[in-house]
Design a protein around this ligand. Structure first.
Ligand SMILES: Cc1cc2nc3c(=O)[nH]c(=O)nc-3n(C[C@H](O)[C@H](O)[C@H](O)COP(=O)(O)OP(=O)(O)OC[C@H]3O[C@@H](n4cnc5c(N)ncnc54)[C@H](O)[C@@H]3O)c2cc1C
Length: 334
């Protein structure tokens, strides 16, 4: 029996994951990407593989499986990754209370987490601000990859190991049953997957506008430090991340914490800011982020948002010798 063919539109991480899955199922796969390399959300992110943020059950299990696949591929091709785990740190009684509750809930679900007092955290990880630190929750399941490296290497891996073909620099302008058009060019396939990220305008515009899917714009920064050997040793998050991820909603004290943030940090909540740090193999530190929702965004980064992020960062990280080297934004579908 001849093999079935598949086309995947978009070479972001969703397109690449789809291409891998189809190829493993025996399809002959072609990925079509409008740019010469994928420049969407997947190359702009922290590179955090983040099971701790997922609620128990299907989503958490899927996140663990995703991590396993990342490790498999990275080991096959020598892609850098670091199993840093994650540390959420508390500087206020109410944050510490939520972390303790989350710790108990996670332990009941057999998640590999540890509650650490301030001395243990500052002894184990570098660059955590000891002033006012009450403690933190360490989770063992998180890891970091370098998105700029991954988005170049994974297509090469898919091509060399799984014979996935890539057409770069061509926009898919229309799709009909069994056929995609790139202006006048057309390609046929048995099955077509649209993995076009936050582009709701080029393909299936009406269908996208009739769903509740929207877009989210995030502002990010990258720092380097003057100390070449500086290794933070974990992915670090401040208290605001507790109200960002669904996995923490199980904590009974979370609504009270959110209320306090709403009163004391309204501007942070208005711009969807929570602050996380991920370090790459060169020692650079990706820091973000904000969350603005809508279908159309101001294309410019707002300095005041980056200031809010860095002010909050200084509450929990020692940043004296950090130097800002890049700022950018990214948009993903939500
Ligand atoms: C700043 C930021 C930080 C983030 N941090 C993390 C993180 O640390 N961990 C995490 O898990 N998630 C993170 N996310 C979310 C994650 O990056 C996205 O969910 C993910 O990258 C979406 O992948 P995608 O393939 O759907 O989209 P994209 O990466 O945007 O890819 C879509 C691709 O489709 C192509 N395309 C679109 N239309 C067409 C067309 N008609 N023809 C041909 N090609 C087309 C585009 O050119 C693009 O390359 C972050 C997101 C952002 C923006």
């Amino acid at each position: 029996m001849s093999k079935k063919s598949a086309i995947v539109v978009g070479a972001g991480i969703v397109g690449l994951a789809t291409a891998r899955a189809l190829s493993l199922k025996g399809y002959i796969v072609t990925v079509i990407e409008r740019s010469e390399k994928a420049l969407g959300a997947s190359i702009r992110n922290f590179g955090m593989i983040w099971p701790v943020g997922q609620p128990d059950g299907t989503l958490y299990n899927r996140a663990l499986r995703s991590k396993m696949i990342w490790k498999d591929i990275a080991d096959s091709i020598g892609l850098w990754y670091d199993e840093t785990g994650s540390s959420h740190v508390a500087y206020y009684e109410d944050e510490w209370q939520v972390l303790q509750e989350v710790h108990n809930i996670f332990l009941d679900c057999e998640r590999p987490v540890q509650l650490m007092n301030n001395g243990i955290i500052t002894g184990k990880f570098n660059g955590v601000n000891p002033d006012g630190l009450m403690g933190g929750l360490y989770s063992d399941t998180e890891m970091v990859i370098e998105p700029r490296e991954a988005m170049t290497s994974i297509p090469i891996y898919l091509n060399e190991y799984l014979d996935v073909q890539f057409i770069w620099g061509k926009t898919v302008t229309a799709v009909e049953s069994g056929k995609v058009y790139m202006n006048k060019d057309e390609v046929e396939a048995d099955i077509i997957f649209i993995c076009s990220g936050a582009d709701f305008e080029t393909l299936y515009r009406e269908e996208f506008s009739s769903t509740e899917i929207t877009k989210c714009k995030l502002q990010m920064m990258r720092f380097k430090t003057s100390d070449e050997d500086f290794n933070i040793g974990t992915s670090l998050c401040g208290g605001l991340s507790l109200i960002h991820y669904n996995s923490f909603t199980a904590a009974p004290s979370l609504p009270k914490l959110r209320e306090r943030y709403q009163q004391d940090m309204a501007e942070y909540l208005q711009w969807g800011i929570h602050v996380m740090v991920a370090q790459n193999s060169k020692g650079e530190l990706a820091v973000g982020d904000s969350h603005e929702y809508g279908l159309t965004f101001d294309p410019f980064d707002q300095a005041f948002i980056n200031n809010l992020i860095t002010n909050y960062l200084q509450q929990f990280a020692l940043t004296d010798n950090w130097q800002l080297i890049q700022t950018w934004n990214g948009i993903y579908s939500n």
